[in-house]
Design a binder for this molecule. Structure first.
Ligand code: SF4
Ligand code: SF4
Length: 265
């Protein structure tokens, strides 16, 4: 696609809406993400300082005993923060001295370019969502698994940072296909992340947050009794991952500063 044609493409703001009341904590999204993006698995994945999980499912509970005990599972990808004013000043992008992470005005996706990264880890310190991971080792895959690697995603070497890309290679493929079919726009569903497709509960919706035809637009609209929120909104990071729940305790547990918030929708 020529530069002129590329610039005439309508700008999108890709994001997610995750229904916390549907997530069962099965972890399919984590596994699908690792397989799709050639994320290495450490021999001991309990060592959370060294393991890499672009998509991580956290669990928390309401602190009550039986029979009132309840648990919530919260999948956490990179939030693809747009920064204050939505101008692309994400915390990680703002601090990277090597322009190894950048904000795309075309898609709203925050990229990570391993060949530019020199491992200073400023971005990890800046990210309030712990969505970034450092490669302490060169990638090692269990015998035979190297034949299953995804050729569309480059491997990361020791000494660089990596994170969720919203499966950006899938966007590129979808745009290539559209170009050969003489289209400039993608239909909803043509570009989907691996975690969205793998979730057996349909808890993760992905699409253009600004397009009323996309589910992620509709799912964020105010509905009585539904809490729609983002993590650490008060920091002004403008994350593009939204969460929904009908349970007040989940809304409050997800951000302890909103304890006085009484109403949903
Ligand atoms: S969640 Fe962290 S890594 Fe992702 S864009 Fe925001 S600051 Fe950057
Ligand atoms: S795949 Fe779906 S249900 Fe399973 S943990 Fe991820 S979001 Fe939750």
């Amino acid at each position: 696609m020529s530069e002129a044609e590329k610039t005439s493409v309508r700008h999108r703001r890709y994001g997610m809406v995750i229904d916390l009341d549907k997530c069962t904590g099965c972890g399919s999204c984590m596994v699908a993400c690792m397989a799709e993006n050639n994320v290495t698995a450490r021999p001991d994945e309990t060592d959370k300082k060294k393991s890499i999980t672009w998509m991580r499912v956290y669990s928390f509970d309401n602190g009550k005993g039986f029979p009132e005990a309840r648990t919530c599972f919260l999948p956490r990808p990179c939030m693809h923060c747009a920064g204050k004013g939505g101008h692309g000043h994400s915390p990680c992008v703002s601090v990277c001295p090597a322009v190894a992470t950048d904000y795309s005005a075309e898609t709203g996706i925050v990229s990570q370019i391993p060949t530019r990264c020199f491992g200073c880890r400023y971005c990890m310190a800046a990210c309030p969502y712990h969505a970034r991971y450092f490669n302490w080792f060169d990638p090692v895959y269990p015998k035979g698994m190297e034949k299953m690697l995804n050729p569309d995603v480059s491997l990361r070497m020791r000494g660089v940072v990596e994170k969720c890309s919203f499966c950006f290679h899938r966007y590129q493929k979808a745009m290539d296909k559209a170009f050969y079919e003489k289209r400039k726009e993608l239909e909803e569903g043509e570009y989907q992340t691996a975690c969205t497709q793998s979730c057996p509960s349909g808890a993760i919706a992905f699409g253009d947050l600004d397009d009323p035809k996309h589910a992620v637009y509709r799912l964020r609209q105010p509905v009585k009794g539904l809490y729609v929120f983002r993590l650490l909104e008060r920091l002004g990071t403008e994350p593009k991952v939204y969460y929904t729940t009908r349970h007040e305790w989940i809304r409050k547990a997800a951000d302890r500063t909103v304890n006085d918030e009484k109403t949903a929708g």
